[in-house]
Ligand binder design. Structure first.
Ligand SMILES: Nc1ncnc2c1ncn2[C@@H]1O[C@H](COP(=O)(O)OP(=O)(O)OP(=O)(O)O)[C@@H](O)[C@H]1O
Length: 289
């Protein structure tokens, strides 16, 4: 086990930001911490990274306290939400400085090539665009291919090419056995890549599990528009007005087959027919229902 969090609590004064949170991350996993704004994701990450002391509870990283910097720091790479680079350093100097702090071996050329910043090596950080700063941040986090990498909203502000490049760099790290902890508001990224997801809301887990475990608890949906004057649907359905209906189903293939058979037998033209499994977006929308 790489990370073990047990009954973690964090208070900011009177405000209880993280409440009795327990989870673990196995070696080689991509674990995504998702949640609503202010759910406590960054606070939790900051504790695991050793940047913040919890109010109570225990956290171990590689079996040590995150505060034991000498044991833990050389084995992890961190991409924070807000980069802490000095604006007066160049890209190359920033990478060299942070690389030296990790005590891992790597080369500036290699990590800059990963994020396509080779041509900007001599540019001052203050002159980088927002997306370029994010990429520099990622480059320093993956210096020396750490065993554990924290990515806090890594793709926010990145164009599609940079996102793709970032995810293929993550894929390569994973092939080499790295463990990744991710936060993101792009649910599609988590849905495609995470082995497991912890879905936070107001300091607690609303749900935790694999993507399919999270999405299986909600029904699938069929959406359809019926021509005017059509008799009622043969399944329980919600009327959205204008001939549009939605059918919630726990057995999508069966109900869809039945609906298509009914339409065929009665010569009813179904328009704008959509049917789909629940997505993580739907799981999010169901929070607080
Ligand atoms: N230094 C602080 N002092 C007081 N309250 C704080 C502090 N940092 C965070 N909070 C509060 O704690 C809660 C959790 O914040 P946190 O940044 O961990 O949430 P998050 O899940 O990362 O949110 P987001 O998705 O918006 O980035 C929020 O309500 C926030 O206002």
């Amino acid at each position: 086990m790489v990370i073990d969090v047990h009954n973690l609590n964090l208070r900011y004064g009177d405000f209880h930001a993280v409440r009795d949170l327990s989870f673990h991350v196995e070696r080689g996993e991509l674990y995504a911490l998702l949640g609503t704004n202010g759910a406590g994701k960054t606070s939790t990450l900051e504790i695991i990274e050793g940047h913040r002391t919890p109010t109570s509870g225990t956290v171990t990283v590689f079996g040590a306290s995150p505060r034991d910097r000498r044991a833990v720091r050389p084995r992890m790479g961190i991409m924070l939400q807000e980069s802490g680079f000095s604006p007066d350093l160049t890209v190359r100097e920033s990478v060299r400085l942070i690389g030296a702090l990790t005590a891992r071996e790597d080369t500036i050329d290699r990590v800059l090539a990963i994020v396509d910043l080779t041509a900007k090596a001599g540019t001052l950080v203050s002159q980088l665009s927002g997306g370029e700063k994010r990429r520099l941040d990622f480059a320093t986090a993956v210096w020396g291919a750490p065993e554990l990498v924290f990515l806090d909203e890594p793709t926010t502000g990145l164009d599609i090419q940079s996102r793709d490049a970032l995810w293929s760099a993550v894929d390569r790290l994973r092939e080499d056995g790295s463990t990744i902890v991710l936060t993101t508001h792009y649910l599609e990224e988590a849905q495609q890549r995470a082995d497991r997801i912890g879905l936070m809301h107001k300091g607690r887990f609303h749900r935790e599990g694999t993507v399919s475990e999270l999405t299986h608890t909600l029904p699938s949906v069929i959406r359809v528009t019926l021509p005017p004057g059509t008799a009622a649907l043969p399944l329980p359905a919600a009327d959205l007005g204008g001939g549009r209906w939605t059918i919630e189903t726990t057995d999508l293939p069966k109900d869809l087959y039945f609906l298509l058979g009914w339409a065929h037998d009665n010569a009813i033209a179904l328009r704008d027919l959509e049917a789909g499994q629940t997505s993580l977006d739907d799981v999010f929308r169901a929070i607080g229902r």
